[in-house]
Design a protein. Structure first.
Ligand code: KG4
Ligand code: ZN
Length: 345
């Protein structure tokens, strides 16, 4: 199968062509246009995001088809992110995909953005395929899943408040770093002394037992408040900023790594797959590698594949297309909906 993927759920307009079958796939092209304008506002402005998608979507699709040497006549499917995300932004991709499907006769597949992130890492690491424990850490979501097979997602834990990326962005803002702040905070933390600011590990206690409500869940809003208090209490923020960044990153990565290690032990898993923008964080990957143990393989995507892109949408779309999960022309955009195939144990 040869498939076109389209992604417009937030502030990246992206299109990609991918071909193959099962887990044997080839990425033929990937175009990602990032909307820099939101930096001025310190966060994504939904109305502006929709308008920019509107002007870029067709040129981005043209470029992706051109790079792959593909035409609509040679495509077997068009996969588009239809949920979750900013509804106005999603609508641009969904409307474009439906219009193209209707005029060319190429069938349509609706893809859940987070299922895309789950598939992303396998584009770079052929062994990052089920069964595995997945940690999805993006700007809007933090999920710990057991994935025995593609399409079967058992929800083990999630954040009770802020997503991991959101916590990074908020802590970065408090430290005066540009938006989105995750990678800037990681860079700053490299110069930080880990012993200067030691923040409480949120939702991490030794007395937690399998079956407890909070055994796998996380919570980051208290950590953000701790960073705020540290910034306010600092006598010399220029000197302390790196130490505070290090203290914050250590607390967050340590918590996530321990929750992943618990899942690995409970499910007797030998593979961990990371997805979402925060999976770019090297300290997080190192913490998970250390806590999970030497016999466990940890797969993390490169920044281009970790953050929002259409290759992951084409990859998840291929899986659904092979099962005949076609969407009708009434496919709608939705701001929040569970991953298809997700169950709570
Ligand atoms: O998956 P993604 O591109 O978009 C969403 O679907 O949300 O994730 C974006 C998030 C942002 O919060 C960004 O600050 C964070 O990923 N991020 C990082 C790093 N690179 C990106 N967080 C921590 N360390 C990084 N190196
Ligand atoms: Zn994402």
């Amino acid at each position: 199968m040869r498939i076109l993927g389209i992604e417009t759920s937030c502030d990246e307009t992206s299109a990609s062509v991918l071909s193959g079958s099962g887990n044997d796939v080839t990425l033929e092209s990937l175009v990602i246009l990032s909307q820099d304008v939101h930096r001025i506002f310190g966060g994504v402005v939904p109305e502006i995001a929709s308008r920019q998608h509107l002007t870029s979507i067709l040129p981005v699709i043209d470029q992706a088809l051109g790079d792959a040497g593909a035409t609509f006549a040679g495509l077997d499917a068009i996969a588009v992110t239809h949920a979750p995300g900013l509804v106005g932004a999603l609508l641009v991709g969904v409307a474009a995909a439906k219009g193209l499907s209707m005029t060319t006769g190429v069938p349509l597949v609706g893809v859940h953005h987070l299922e895309g992130h789950l598939f992303a890492t396998s584009l770079e690491h052929p062994d990052a395929v089920p069964p595995f424990i997945a940690l999805l850490v993006s700007g809007g979501h933090t999920l710990l899943l057991d994935v025995p097979a593609w399409g079967r997602y058992e929800l083990l834990g999630a954040t009770r408040d802020d997503a991991a990326g959101e916590a990074f962005d908020k802590a970065a803002k408090l430290l005066g770093l540009p938006y989105p702040g995750g990678r800037h905070l990681e860079a700053l933390a490299r110069d930080g002394d880990p012993s200067r600011f030691r923040f409480t590990r949120p939702m991490l206690r030794r007395d937690q037992r399998l079956g407890d409500d909070d055994y796998y869940d996380v919570s980051f809003s208290g950590l953000k408040t701790a960073v705020m208090l540290a910034v306010k209490g600092s006598q010399n923020i220029y000197e302390d900023a790196a130490h505070i960044a290090r203290g914050f990153q250590d607390a967050l990565t340590d918590t996530l790594a321990e929750k992943v290690a618990r899942a690995v032990r409970a499910r007797e898993s030998t593979r961990v797959v990371l997805g979402g923008g925060v999976a770019c964080n090297r300290a997080l990957v190192a913490a998970i590698e250390m806590r999970a143990g030497r016999e466990v393989q940890v797969f993390a995507p490169s920044p281009r594949i970790a953050t929002d892109n259409a290759a992951m949408i084409a990859r998840a779309g291929l899986f659904h297309a092979e099962l005949g999960h076609w969407a009708a022309l009434d496919l709608d955009a939705s701001s929040s909906t569970p991953i298809p195939g997700m169950i709570r144990p």
